[in-house]
Ligand binder design. Structure first.
Ligand SMILES: [Zn+2]
Length: 250
């Protein structure tokens, strides 16, 4: 009896591991971007996020971006936003790092303060902290890993907030978008930031405004203007993706 149940146990183990093998054969993971290759992210998709950054047509401040926004690109942005997907986060971080590096090279600057465009209040309520935070942490790690000396410093700090509710930009025309975004940002009082344990020195650093995507540029324009109104030095902006018309030769 004892001998018999031992055999049954072994058979059960063999069957369940065979079933597990069959399951992974039937449902292997597909590239999260193109869904064509059986890898988490295929090389041709990945390389698009490693392309050199280009200066965009957006002219409120020098702005760089890496990858033209399309359906497969938006899938990655959504994965980073909605699911905090680690691969998606690292692709966006890679592109952002590239854009910031180009901007700093062009302006012969080394250290900077990265200011993310804040998520809407609704998004923060829904998903907790801004989805850009873990991405910015990755950007800083990339900079630490690649910098030539310990001098140049990149720091990120949440410094903007929404002053009022904005409607979802996607449903609006470009003109409506511009007015929808007018003076929607205010600068968080520095005394308030100090209470979170920040040194005042970081506000002397030139600012790079950071966002995942730029389309019309209305959001970035408002973010930059809110900072300039407070006499802050905005060097430029950096995004990972941009709508194709932003990439057209200036
Ligand atoms: Zn792919």
């Amino acid at each position: 009896m004892h001998h018999y149940s031992g055999v049954a146990e072994r058979i059960r183990t063999i069957i369940s591991s065979a079933l597990y093998g069959a399951r992974t054969l039937v449902f292997p993971e597909l590239c999260i971007m193109c869904r064509r290759e059986f890898v988490e992210i295929c090389l041709s998709c990945k390389s698009r996020w490693f392309a050199p950054a280009e200066q965009l047509r957006f002219s409120v401040a020098p702005t760089y971006s890496v990858i033209p926004y399309s359906e497969d690109v938006s899938a990655i942005v959504l994965l980073a936003k909605e699911e905090r997907n680690k691969v998606a986060q690292s692709l966006i971080a890679q592109a952002l790092h590239q854009s910031i590096t180009q901007l700093l090279e062009r302006t012969a600057t080394e250290s900077c303060l990265l200011i993310p465009v804040p998520s809407s209040r609704q998004a923060i309520r829904k998903r907790g902290e801004s989805f850009l935070h873990p991405i910015l942490n990755r950007v800083i790690s990339l900079q630490r890993a690649t910098r030539k000396s310990s001098n140049p410093q990149w720091i990120w700090q949440e410094l903007l907030r929404h002053t009022r509710r904005v409607r979802d930009q996607a449903s609006l025309s470009p003109v409506a978008r511009a007015s929808n975004m007018e003076s929607v940002f205010s600068v968080i009082a520095q005394t308030e930031s100090h209470s979170k344990g920040l040194s005042s020195g970081i506000f002397d650093l030139p600012i790079v405004v950071v966002d995942d995507v730029i389309t019309t540029g209305a959001t970035l324009k408002n973010a930059i203007e809110a900072l300039r109104e407070r006499k802050m030095t905005v060097l430029g902006a950096a995004t990972a993706c941009a709508s194709t018309h932003q990439f057209l030769i200036r």
